[in-house]
Write a protein that binds this ligand. Structure first.
Ligand code: ZN
Length: 238
């Protein structure tokens, strides 16, 4: 099991670690701990470098595999088992993904607060993201009103609080699961929650900015109808 340091500090850009395994496929290593985000919950993985014994490897991907959380390195060589390494992430990429992820929660929070709508799907990339909602009477004008309300929440500079709670305590929070389907597997003992204080509290594994003002201006890029009540909002970050 790799300790995911970004679950408790999204602003850490470098960490030391020990190589605990080699992936069975590809040029990958498994570490005891990492700050490099592993693709999940719609947020893409980090990139960066991994240094070991005077050699620097390029980190191209971090993904969950049956072996565990695997750091995929460019080329064909990798640090030996047991070696100490330094992981450094591409901070610009990560920070833009943090801003985008928080923007998605602002969108989710505003749509739930103002329209009671649940998320049916979503995805994000650098400076752009989309969410699908179960919402009726949807028009591009309504989407623009929603994005305007998101920017009000950006301007309010609400703080974000991340907490890891025992399962029973987390499930006592009303509306914690904002996706239409509960994606949390049975049997997890602890649940990480991300709270945009005063707006949106949900179970989440992503990395977020410390306050909503860091998101910057959010713009409506596109809307799409995916069905009678299933509507898509695509937003961009300035
Ligand atoms: Zn999220």
């Amino acid at each position: 099991m790799t300790t995911l340091l970004y679950h408790t500090d999204a602003y850490q850009r470098t960490c030391t670690a020990t190589v605990t395994g080699h992936s069975s496929e590809g040029n990958g290593i498994i570490l005891d701990q990492t700050i490099a985000y592993c693709t999940s919950g719609g947020q893409p993985h980090d990139t960066g470098t991994i240094a070991a014994a005077g050699q620097e490897y390029t980190l191209v991907e971090v993904k969950k595999t049956p072996d565990g959380v695997v750091h995929i390195l460019a080329g064909e060589s990798r640090p030996a088992l047991g070696s100490s390494v330094i992981v450094t992430i591409d901070w610009e990429r990560r920070y833009r993904l943090m801003r985008t992820h928080t923007a998605m929660h602002l969108l989710c929070g505003v749509v739930f607060r103002d329209y009671g709508a649940l998320v049916t799907g979503g995805n994000m990339d650098i400076d752009e993201g989309r969410l699908d909602f179960e919402i009726s009477d949807f028009t591009p004008e309504l989407a623009q009103r929603i994005v305007d309300a998101v920017n009000v929440e950006v301007a309010a500079n609400r703080p974000l609080a991340v907490k890891i709670l025992p399962r029973a305590e987390a499930f006592a929070i009303p509306d914690l699961i904002r996706t239409k389907i509960n994606l949390l597997p049975d049997g997890i003992a602890e649940i990480r929650t991300v709270n945009i204080v005063g707006l949106d509290l949900q179970a989440d594994g992503g990395t977020h900015v410390a306050a909503t003002g860091e998101v910057g201006t959010v713009t409506l890029l596109k809307t799409r109808s995916k069905g009678a009540t299933n509507k898509r909002i695509i937003v961009g970050l300035a």
